[in-house]
Design a protein around this ligand. Structure first.
Ligand code: NAD
Length: 481
């Protein structure tokens, strides 16, 4: 039987439209080969001492750091993101994430062993889940691949990962770094392909023990449905619509600068980006004027120029999609205090929308572009209620100098992360992951390491007595014999 033909796929630079490289896509049949390979590699990798797994992750961290300039160049070319962001954010964060999980690999622990019955000692074993099928998005390709791969390998699992087909290059470079670092064959496999064929075949494969997905909420729901047929464990990092709540005692300059940075990072193609600014009425006009003025200073242009603040979006289609949201909002009566027009190609200028209705799509749905909607509120109750009024719950921020307001916001906003007087920074040591339609499960931190383990209870009889009292509850005869 002849194999299905392979397909070449052009990976393009969205800023120029030029093809960077043609990659060969895998076929659905290749998924089976990859998963079988990962299963074969599993027993030896799971039995590898934590210190040896950590050493490989540490070497990978060093190799990414040594190749940082090349990683940054390729990331910028395939995504259109500014080289400054790739150099100062995507790559160093990934270096640190790898180093963190190298250390974390050696810290897995359970609760204390003990005699919870008079007859037994109980202990907890943390074991790898098995073969992890991972699917990653295009917005931070290397960083998201790292979030999937590092904790899973640190905990002793094997991984088959499918990056987004439009941004596979730095994930392939990461796999090369793992090979150079001495990762045994089969422990990590990169599958190249589209979601509906290769992606679904991976998620539905009976040899996959857990599916770990980062991407949009609709695709996450589909993946959870397919995985439920196993059933197999699912980890979902989905979309966001982060609120940015400015109380009337906030440091206005900090809030304005914070809002512009948190809206425009990665062209707004960031699941935690600020998208809805709720500003208490006394500060509203000053906030809008300040954000609009600062957005006007942003330099949009060639992503490879270190002076560029805002590169292109991921594709012309994405820029058109973003403009569709803005256009419909303006048609419905909202106003653009800044931007609102679509430049050529895959670019989109910083845009601030005011006078949009709370229930309109630009306030409720994920735009994934450099667009902020600003709305006023009166009481603290109103501001917090508006912040919670979308289906998402990934991240949020509250801006105030009042400690009680800050504490209340952190308690009452439903999100996986609430920043106080900042918005965006993440650290390897602390968890990232959402609630509501933003998914479930944690990336980063020791919580992520635990996600990729199972908890096994081992209960050992300690008396050596052959005929136990409790047998009487099952068969009285044996007990009286
Ligand atoms: P997407 O859901 O379109 O695609 C993500 C990945 O899923 C890609 O690799 C794609 O090929 C694959 N895929 C698509 N359809 C599939 C299917 N039917 N079966 C299996 N796999 C399939 O998302 P995207 O456009 O690449 O990324 C942007 C989205 O990711 C945004 O919604 C963003 O909020 C989200 N995101 C979330 C986080 C987080 O940590 N919560 C981080 C980054 C991005």
């Amino acid at each position: 039987m002849s194999a299905a033909p392979t397909q070449l796929f052009p990976v393009c630079n969205p800023a120029t439209g030029q093809v960077i490289e043609e990659i060969q896509l895998d076929r659905v049949a290749d998924v089976d080969v990859a998963v079988r390979t990962a299963r074969r590699a599993l027993p030896a990798w799971a039995a590898t001492p934590a210190g040896e797994r950590a050493a490989i992750l540490n070497r990978v961290s060093i190799l990414i750091a040594e190749g940082a300039e090349e990683f940054a160049r390729v990331e910028t070319q395939q995504c259109g993101k500014p080289i400054r962001l790739s150099r100062e954010f995507d790559i160093p964060v990934t270096v640190d994430n790898a180093a963190f999980f190298a250390g974390a690999a050696r810290t897995l622990e359970g609760k204390a062993s003990g005699e919870y019955s008079a007859l037994h000692t109980s202990t907890i074993r943390r074991e790898p889940v098995g073969v992890i099928g991972s699917i990653a998005p295009w917005n931070y390709p290397l960083n998201m691949a790292g979030w999937k791969i590092f904790p899973a390998l640190a905990a002793g699992n094997t991984v088959v990962i499918k990056p987004a087909e439009i941004t596979p290059l730095t994930t392939l470079m990461l796999a090369e770094a793992f090979a150079e670092a001495g990762l045994p064959d089969g422990v990590l496999t990169v599958l190249l392909g589209r979601g509906p064929d290769v992606g679904e075949a991976l998620v539905g494969h009976s040899g996959v023990d857990m599916v770990s997905f980062t991407g949009s909420t609709p695709v996450g729901k589909r993946i959870a449905e397919i995985a439920a047929r196993g059933p197999r464990r699912v980890h979902l990092e989905l979309g966001g619509k982060a609120p940015f709540v400015v109380f009337d005692d906030a440091d206005l300059e900090a809030a304005i600068h914070g809002a512009v940075a948190a809206t425009l990072i990665n062209g707004g193609q960031d699941c935690t980006a600020a998208t809805r600014a709720y500003v208490q009425r006394p500060l509203f006009t000053k906030f809008v004027d300040g954000v609009a003025a600062l957005m006007e200073t942003v330099r949009m242009g060639d992503p490879e120029d270190p002076a560029t603040d805002l590169g292109s979006l991921i594709s012309v289609a994405q820029a058109e999609r973003v403009h569709g949201f803005v256009d419909r909002a303006l048609t419905a009566g909202a106003r653009a205090a800044c931007g609102g027009k679509k430049p050529e190609g895959a670019f989109y200028a910083p845009t601030l929308i005011v006078d949009a209705a709370q229930d309109s799509e630009i306030v409720q749905d994920e735009v994934f572009g450099p667009v902020l909607a600003a709305l006023p509120f009166d009481t603290d109750d109103d501001g917090l209620a508006l912040a919670n009024d979308t289906r998402y719950g990934l991240a949020a921020s509250a801006w105030t100098t009042d400690v009680f307001r800050a504490q209340r916001a952190s308690r009452e906003i439903a999100a996986g992360c609430v920043w106080i007087n900042d918005h965006i920074p993440l650290i390897s040591e602390m968890p990232h992951g959402g609630v509501k339609a933003s998914g479930y499960g944690k990336d980063l931190s020791s919580y992520a390491l635990e996600e990729y383990t199972t908890v096994k209870h081992v209960m050992s009889e300690i008396t050596g007595v052959a005929r136990k009292d409790w047998h009487r509850t099952v068969f009285a005869g044996g007990h009286h014999a």
